[in-house]
Write a protein that binds this ligand. Structure first.
Ligand code: BGC
Ligand code: BGC
Length: 829
């Protein structure tokens, strides 16, 4: 495990930064849970299960989303659980308060207690309270896990787990889908911020503490059931691809990705969520496949070897991704060892199919009995049979959802001071401060994904009524008359201020959308040029610049560092912006920086993956690095070069996809009007003759369904012409996935730059055929006048009459023109 390092100073620095290394495990360990077996409780489980019918058992194993299952459904189908997905609220009310959540939870509960079962089994509601009770309006949001990793404070995790459990109980909910125990190794993954660290030791030291805080011994009104997720290997996929393939060896899987699970199980975590990723141990030639379908991992390893006696829940339609399965049918996932199936929408058909599969012997009855016994065991342990949601001591209490002081402290502990070349901090009260940057006064940017909405997008500051922006914090600490705010810093005379504070960074994203594709780079300014621009506007004017960088991961920011005298990594602090101000401005109480990097910080644009312990470890700031306000650094001028065409590992150039929505945003056009499709996945966009909604082609919400009723266009339009890397330009085709749900009734034209093709016959041929991948050779467009050097609209489709199709994964794919099923130019006349 010890890295071989030639540089003794670096070796020492790493040795000091690393927690004491434990001897690596050779096999999956057996774990003894703090929540021990109880003979009387087990007898009750057997008794209840023996009186259940098959339909009742399968219902018990099914978990729909609240939008598609009513309390009446819970009663009628004996549903064992419901969940609210990210950005799903009771009655669709984004601003629902504790009482409204509780009322719905109570109705579900009462419905489950009004079935015709011999022994009524209470339903359990699960929610993603992953940084506080983050789907709930007015709840305090803690820093995302990446920031907590910087705090190196297991005790704090216990407190946050406990506070989140109470907040969840206030809304009538008894089950949380957290903690996430991913050990993220490639920061291009859009869920990097849900991980405490790239180093298993931090995840290991936090997992048990968090579960203890959240679950306690499950006897108290203050506790909820916790979930260790996503089992296993979610943080280790190749290229950091969401739902991708983890190619770890068995030893790496056990010692890196498994590290958080042993303490979590020891603390008594009652549920484990299966992971979307696959595991292919290439070195040993063992392909475990999709984790949702792996009996080896779910049954042999987790339940038998490790001794887990709670239940396994699938991830959102994760069973549907197992080969041979569909969302509404998957015997393989149940046979592999999944006990509760998260089947948000297609649950009715799923129940019917599963009952049939048990009757035909495809799923053994013993497997069903085991699954149901596990679910009922956990429900009994958690006291769900004893009290209804409304009888909980915290039920309906909005103030319980606001552990603001705790969150503010967590923010302070999470900040990492990376550059401190000038003595600027702390800023004395009374100094004149110019605050700039798009994230200074933006709750949504500082909260990140999984905040009221799933992706964290489509929120305004008014959606966070009990929080403070960083700007509000600075105003309070410095005195509001001493603070001037300008988003872009344009037209401001910097010389009239003492100091500039720039708060910049990433905009919110979550699963899928947050991935940086293989042809992207880690360079922040390529995705967010406005941040470079604002620093250019204020830097070099004779006044010190303090940059606060709000992001879900370390990024290549050398250009931004060069324009800053002081640079703070603030991660995604959540609702308590005052915690950031506490470390910037000295007012009354004096706090100092204590955060240490939980992830290595890159030195160049393509430095992925980059993890402490790597053979040629050469970060800009090493794992464990973090300065005090009084420590001067000498970061100086850094190299700012980067490859224009991406990191060159790919021969495809993304135009529009779930993962690269920002590169060529979609717009619709009709008559003289143009409308940009915003990031809100729930919104519907219309102009005369055309409507666009989010839909699914491959995975949940990855596509745009365009419905034409009259003449209109949809186009992917960039700010600049595309620059194709050589590999993507060679023998290339415009490739996209589509589902044509209504054949064209008029003429369909596709345009790239100035060349147009008639694709009417093509789309007629594809209609009604389900998902199709289309590759149109660029040569066909070039023959009609497309100049590849001038294309700012690589994808444009126009219909002059009724037509409907969904589109995603739009890209320029090198080599695709010679694939057998590429479209012939002759078909496009
Ligand atoms: C995520 C899980 C989450 C679940 C329910 C999934 O897509 O991967 O982390 O718990 O949805 O929202
Ligand atoms: C839900 C999320 C879920 C995701 C899975 C979304 O629609 O709101 O909770 O994780 O789908 O893809």
């Amino acid at each position: 495990m010890t890295p071989m390092l030639r540089n003794p100073v670096l070796a020492l620095a790493i040795a000091l930064a690393l927690p004491a290394a434990a001897a690596p495990l050779n096999d999956w360990p057996t774990v003894r849970s703090a929540i021990a077996r109880d003979a009387a409780l087990e007898q009750r489980v057997r008794d209840i299960v023996s009186k259940m019918t098959l339909a009742q058992k399968v219902g018990q194993m099914t978990q729909p989303e609240i939008k598609s299952a009513t309390p009446e459904d819970v009663k009628r189908y004996y549903l064992g659980s419901v969940l609210n997905g990210g950005g799903s609220w009771p009655n669709g009310n984004k601003h629902a308060k504790a009482a409204e959540w509780l009322a719905l939870a109570q109705r579900y509960h009462e419905a489950s207690m009004a079935t015709d079962m011999a022994v009524k089994v209470p339903v359990v509601w699960g929610t993603d309270a992953v940084h506080g009770h983050n789907n709930v309006f007015g709840a305090t949001l803690f820093p995302h896990n990446i920031g907590l990793g910087a705090a190196r404070n297991p005790k704090l995790m216990e407190e946050i787990g406990a506070a989140t459990a109470k907040a969840t109980r206030a809304s009538g909910i008894a089950w949380v889908f957290g903690p996430t125990l991913a050990v993220v190794r490639d920061d291009r993954w859009g869920r990097t911020y849900e991980s405490y660290s790239e180093h298993p030791e931090i995840v290991k030291s936090y997992a048990g503490a968090y579960v203890r805080g959240m679950q306690g011994m499950l006897k108290d009104d203050a506790n909820t059931i916790a979930t260790a997720k996503h089992f296993i290997g979610d943080g280790g996929t190749e290229f950091g691809k969401d739902r991708g393939v983890n190619k770890s060896t068995k030893s790496q899987m056990i010692n890196i990705h498994g590290a958080g699970y042993y303490p979590a199980l020891e603390a008594g975590v009652q549920t484990v969520m299966s992971s979307f990723n696959s595991w292919n141990d290439v070195a040993s030639g063992t392909n475990y496949g999709k984790m949702h379908g792996s009996r080896t991992m779910l049954t042999d390893v987790l339940k038998k070897k490790m001794g887990f006696d709670g239940f396994v829940v699938t991830d959102w339609n994760g069973h549907g991704e197992v080969p041979g399965c569909r969302n509404d049918s998957c015997a393989a996932a149940i046979n592999a060892g999944n006990d509760m199936i998260m089947v948000p929408d297609d649950w009715k058909a799923f129940i019917a199919n599963t009952i049939r599969q048990v009757e035909s012997g495809e799923i053994p009855m013993a497997r069903i009995d085991d699954a149901v016994s596990r679910i009922i065991r956990v429900k009994l342990r958690a006291g769900l049979f004893d009290k209804s949601p409304a009888q909980n001591a915290y039920a309906g209490k909005d103030d319980v959802m606001q552990p603001r002081e705790l969150a503010r402290r967590a923010v302070r502990e999470s900040l990492v001071l990376l550059k401190n070349d000038q003595p600027v901090l702390p800023i004395a009260r009374g100094k004149k401060i110019l605050v700039v940057g798009k994230s200074a006064d933006d709750m949504s940017n500082q909260s990140g994904g999984w905040s009221i909405t799933w992706q964290g997008t489509a929120n305004t500051n008014a959606d966070f009524p009990n929080g403070d922006t960083v700007l509000a914090g600075i105003r309070e600490a410095a005195g509001k008359d001493n603070v001037t705010f300008s988003v872009d810093g344009k037209g401001i005379d910097v010389s009239t201020f003492d100091v500039v504070v720039a708060v910049i960074g990433e905009r919110p994203y979550a699963e899928g959308d947050g991935d940086i594709g293989p042809s992207g780079t880690l360079r922040h300014s390529s995705r967010y040029p406005e941040d470079l621009a604002v620093l250019q506007a204020v830097s070099g004017k004779g006044k010190p610049v303090v940059t606060v960088f709000v992001s879900g991961r370390p990024l290549y920011v050398n250009d931004l560092l060069n324009l800053s005298d002081v640079f703070v990594a603030a991660w995604l602090p959540g609702t308590e912006g005052k915690g950031v101000a506490d470390l910037l401005v000295s007012s009354g109480k004096r706090y100092d920086f204590s955060g240490k990097l939980p992830f290595s910080w890159p030195k160049s644009a393509c430095q992925t993956d980059l993890n402490v312990g790597d053979k040629h470890y050469a970060p800009l700031f090493a794992y464990g690095y973090g300065l005090k306000a009084a420590t001067r650094s000498k970061v100086g001028k850094l190299d700012t070069t980067y490859p224009q065409g991406g990191c060159g590992v790919s021969n495809s150039f993304p135009v529009f996809s779930q993962a690269d929505r920002a590169s060529f945003p979609l717009t619709i056009r009709s008559g003289g009007q143009t409308l940009a499709l915003g990031a809100d996945l729930n919104a519907s966009f219309s102009l005369p003759g055309v409507n666009v909604q989010t839909s699914q082609v491959n995975t949940q919400q990855d596509a745009k369904l365009v419905t034409w009723t009259g003449p209109a266009s949809v186009e992917a339009r960039g700010a600049r012409p595309m620059v194709l890397p050589a590999a993507a330009a060679a023998n290339a085709a415009l490739r996209f996935d589509t589902i044509v749900s209504k054949a064209p009734s008029g003429r369909i034209t596709m345009r790239m730059g100035s060349g147009s093709l008639d694709t009417t016959a093509l789309f007629k041929r594809l209609a009604g055929k389900g998902k199709q991948t289309v590759a149109i050779p660029l040569a066909c467009f070039q023959a009609k006048g497309t100049d590849l050097a001038k294309v700012d609209t690589p994808f444009s489709i126009t219909s002059d009459a009724a037509f409907a199709a969904a589109f995603t994964n739009i890209e320029i794919a090198g080599g695709a023109a010679s694939e057998a099923d590429a479209v012939r130019c002759g078909e496009l006349q």
